[in-house]
Design a protein around this ligand. Sequence first.
Ligand SMILES: [Zn+2]
Length: 383
Amino acid sequence: MDFGIWAYPWDVIDEGVDSVGDRVFNLGISELNLATNYHSVQTFNPHNPERRTFFSRASAYFQPDGGYGRLKPVVNETMGDNDWVAEIDDGFRGTPIDLNSWTVGCHNSRLGANNPDLTLRSPHGDSLVFGLCPSQPAVQEYLVNLVRDLDSRASFNRIELETFDYFHGRGSGWHHDKFHIRLGALGEFLFGLCFCDACRDIASSTGIDVSHVQDTVINAVDALATSQIPHDLATGDWLVEHPAVFEYARQRCLTLKELYGDLAGVAANTDLGAYIGMFDVEASWRQGLDLNLLADDLDYYKVLAYGSDAAETVKPVKTAKHLTDAELHAGVLPAHPHVYDEDTLLDIVGALDDEGIPQVSFYNYGLVPDKNLEWIGTAADAV
Ligand SMILES: [Zn+2]
């Protein structure tokens, strides 16, 4: 089993590339999953020597090359004219640590706020600022150019995709999110089902009655919000009763199939992987991800298996095995709010090894305390 660890560029730059490389190597880790293009965030950095928090709007941590269309990554303000990805790449060259690009796609509230016509649009017609819609040609062009740019610029061993899909519902939350109704899983899905002009056009071209679908979804969201439909009604059961909505949602999987073919085409020098399980592996289709359909375009999926014990961690991995024959890697969170001691982490990593998982990544270098990093070293040693 090989090990990786996610890291933010500010933590690597602040501590020093050589120091982080040595420390990671001594933990038994051979890959660093470096955030290159990332959503807005505020972090608490328990062992960063320069700062205890880092706040950022959605940003790129490299200087994008030309060749972008209407949408282009926005350079992080703290980084300024520097290029942290290039500095880290230079520092890791010739070391035993491989560098991977941890790449956020559609979840970008900065580009969304500046381009509301390219965001997801709720059934009621509101722009959902946190998510760009991957049905939009300009968004597809941006995602392909982003992967092409990353593929060409650094010695990445892998490019890993996060939210290159219909990141729906309330996303990861937003500033002072105020939802005092019980939407439930069905309501989150329907509230986030995109009815932008591109999604509507694609569905119309396949013969779907989009106005009927949109009216159906509006009525359902409003009924869920007023408890006329139970909040815990299974999404699948509801869709069986509303086949036109199912067909509308299904079309998004086919749109992403075309997009992922284009992404695979430009990732010429690296392996391409995608994160799954941010909400629930079984519900990946709600984000337009048909894991079986996309498997030909990807080298692997990384299951974000953040659990509090071995059984909880292995469960989404087993689910993913049912949904795809693709190679599976796993992500583990060895810290609050899941793991509070070394023995639990040993159990979790051992269970993933028993499942035949070839690569496990830990989340994340700068976010967990020193003590938790030591647990990672012990767990990596034990396998
Ligand atoms: Zn759309």
